[in-house]
Design a protein around this ligand. Sequence first.
Ligand SMILES: [Fe+2]
Ligand SMILES: [Fe+2]
Length: 251
Amino acid sequence: MHLTFSDKERQMKLRAIYDHESQVFGPEFLGIISQINRSALELKNRLGIVDASIVERSAEILNTVLYDSVELSFWIYVIELKRYIGWLFDHSINVALISLFIASRMNYDSKLMSHIALGGFLHDIGKISIPKEIILKPGKLDKNEMTLMQNHCRTGYSMVSNLGLSQESLNIILHHHERMDGSGYPFGLTGDKLSDGAKIAMIADSLDAMTSPRPYQQIKTTSEAITDLFNYKNAYCNELLSILPSFFCKK
Ligand SMILES: [Fe+2]
Ligand SMILES: [Fe+2]
């Protein structure tokens, strides 16, 4: 993987954007690099990932991809996501990282890896348009709330569709809730219509959601979550699912 920035250079680049746009960005903007590295370590411990190098490599790819993105409007979305709900930002980082773990076993080229990282990171960007009370609601969502929630894929796609992202990153944002058997949303597409990135992100998204504390669910261990994913194996790409157990010690 070709790396373009060291952490120090990234920090300087962030500082330059921040100094120029301090009206737009608050001081939390400067903490994003350390947050990605912190999240990677937390994810490694929480999921019980055996191979530390895959975590480090994935965090490096995500950092590189983000700091290659000089578009001001891109950073405005990143900061909005960070400010919106704390765990939603952590989840965004985690989905990007888990997607990269899986993708690293598929021998994709560095370009596709970057697109998967960025798509995973922004997959839930549409949720910043949903009222917080709905996202944080502990009980079941009613029909209207569910419709609003399910709209986040389309909303996210249209929010960032003019930021110059690759089609693969956009596919991930639009299709990460589709399922191989056509049981997902927003379009009910089947696996033959879904990109590799979207198939990876749907697994990463479900795995992180099941193993993270949320107001509306009981947390699962990594092995319980993987068992659940295999129980729904018609919904997920089996070739990609079969990669998962090799990353984790029993936890
Ligand atoms: Fe989502
Ligand atoms: Fe998600």
